[in-house]
Design a protein around this ligand. Structure first.
Ligand SMILES: Cc1cc2nc3c(=O)[nH]c(=O)nc-3n(C[C@H](O)[C@H](O)[C@H](O)COP(=O)(O)OP(=O)(O)OC[C@H]3O[C@@H](n4cnc5c(N)ncnc54)[C@H](O)[C@@H]3O)c2cc1C
Length: 445
């Protein structure tokens, strides 16, 4: 480690290999830096530009794509964390960009506040999660990025820019799902609301019933999702709705059995066995899909929305127009049944309302998501390619942080506001300081 002596602003480390959470992406940045302030970050961006290096910020590396990979300067988030301000009157919280969602959720809960909706886990950073359009499931409430009210970022010339619906509105529109292409986000202001309770109802259901009733289940619940277990006709459904209380958290023992033993410990064993002996996967799927039982519990939002995910996997997820999702899922089921594929991970289906963010996967259309996963180390190409063929035939949009093979030509066709994003990028980063091979592929050089 060397320090250039400018107030600690440019601590440098020898090149080392960076890897993402799933282990399917690695990179060797020539410089790694953890800024402790916005000024340090801006100075590091200017120094990298002067040295001819490209710049990329990374969160916690939970993307399965090479969105965060760079051979230039890698900005790490660890020291840019914490709550900057809570504005109760405006109903907002401003948080440093590297703050993990877990820390944000816990801090908000202590203040009697919460985000409205969130994804499955809370290990990601706020900037990393929003930059790829991370979402949960919702009938009326949308992705984490859709809950942003203002952003602060360091742009390619090393200046600090703030944007909101009233300040630099065209930048704000695009930067909420910015793919790391428009600048390094330093702070995010989210809408928050008074802490509320959610009642979760988990219930096994047959594939035929859940697909026949899908529209009704989505319409009747604030947050509906389900998992289908390939090689079986079994699904597990989850309905989360606001509750007047009282709180009734998942019992310590039953919660541990469902969340730790079945979803992590035993599942890990089942996945390892399945990877070694793929032909036993259908039998394991039948047993494990029947092991899950119905349960209800009532708790604060992040304890209901998120669960620990300790079994490492690789994932692809597509956003589809809501009305074609059931047909697409049936096609995936038929494809698996007639193929030699053995799939150990459930297929997850979630929804989102249309939003107004140019590169949000739910931009301008009511959306349903279909996500496929495979245990880390299992060859995933043939499964994902077959699923991707079905998704793209339905005008699907891939999650920016999950495995896919789409390029800018395809994506421009499924995002009506694609050029709005590239115009903002041309204006903010004409030299592509924040470019990398992933961005070249998905939004162009
Ligand atoms: C176990 C697991 C569960 C998941 N669950 C969900 C889920 O429920 N819903 C969902 O939609 N997705 C989910 N994901 C995907 C994940 O939320 C996204 O890939 C997310 O982008 C990861 O956030 P991160 O902090 O790890 O960012 P990284 O993966 O490190 O980076 C993602 C992108 O953000 C950019 N970025 C990071 N920090 C900044 C910054 N400060 N300024 C500008 N750009 C920045 C990076 O350059 C990169 O382009 C899951 C992933 C895993 C591994």
């Amino acid at each position: 480690m060397t320090n250039t002596g400018t107030g600690g602003a440019t601590t440098r480390y020898p090149a080392h290999t960076w890897r993402n959470w799933a282990g399917n992406v690695s990179a060797r940045p020539s410089r790694v830096f953890s800024p402790a302030s916005v000024e340090e970050l801006a100075e590091a961006v200017r120094a990298a530009a002067a040295d001819g290096l490209r710049v990329k910020a990374v969160g916690t590396g939970h993307s399965f794509t090479s969105a965060a990979a760079t051979d230039g300067l890698l900005i790490r988030p660890e020291l840019l964390t914490g709550i900057r301000e809570i504005d109760r009157k405006a109903g907002t919280v401003t948080v440093a960009a590297g703050t993990p969602l877990r820390r944000l959720n816990e801090a908000l809960a202590r203040e009697g506040l919460s985000l409205t909706n969130m994804g499955d886990i809370m290990d990601q950073t706020v900037a990393g999660a929003t930059s790829t359009g991370t979402h949960g499931t919702g009938r009326d409430s949308a992705s984490t990025a859709a809950q942003i009210r203002a952003l602060e970022l360091v742009t390619a010339d090393g200046s600090v820019l703030t944007c909101s619906p009233s300040e630099n509105p065209e930048i704000f529109a695009s930067a909420r799902v910015g793919l790391g292409a428009l600048g390094i986000i330093t702070a995010v202001t989210f809408a928050v609301e008074p802490l509320f309770l959610l009642r979760a109802r988990e219930e096994p259901m047959s594939f035929d019933r859940v697909t026949a009733d899908f529209d009704g289940l989505v319409a009747e619940n604030e947050h509906f999702e389900f998992y289908w277990f390939p090689h079986t006709g079994n699904c597990n459904t989850k309905r989360n709705n606001r509750s007047a209380g009282p709180a009734a958290p998942a019992g310590t023992v039953s919660g541990w059995i469902e969340d730790e033993l079945l979803s992590n410990g035993l599942f890990q064993v089942a996945c390892s066995v399945g990877r070694a002996v793929p032909r036993v996967i259908p039998s394991i799927a039948r047993i494990s899909s029947r092991a899950l039982s119905a349960r209800t519990y009532t708790d604060i939002p992040y304890k209901v929305f998120t669960t620990p995910r300790r079994v490492r996997f690789v994932e692809m997820e597509y956003a589809l127009p809501r009305e074609v999702a059931v047909d697409a899922l049936r096609e995936v089921k038929a494809m698996i049944e007639r193929s030699p594929l053995r799939v150990s991970f459930p297929v997850e289906v979630r929804t989102a309302p249309a939003d107004d963010i140019p590169l949000s996967t739910a931009s301008g259309r009511e959306t349903a998501y279909i996500a496929v996963h495979l245990y880390r180390g299992t060859p995933y190409r043939s499964y994902f390619t077959a699923v991707e063929r079905i998704m793209t035939a339905h005008g699907g949009r891939p999650h920016w942080g999950k495995v896919h093979t789409r390029d800018a030509a395809y994506l421009a066709g499924v995002y009506p506001r694609f050029e709005e994003f590239t115009a903002v990028r041309d204006r903010l980063d004409p030299e592509r300081l924040f470019g990398n091979p992933y961005l070249r592929r998905v939004v162009g050089g």
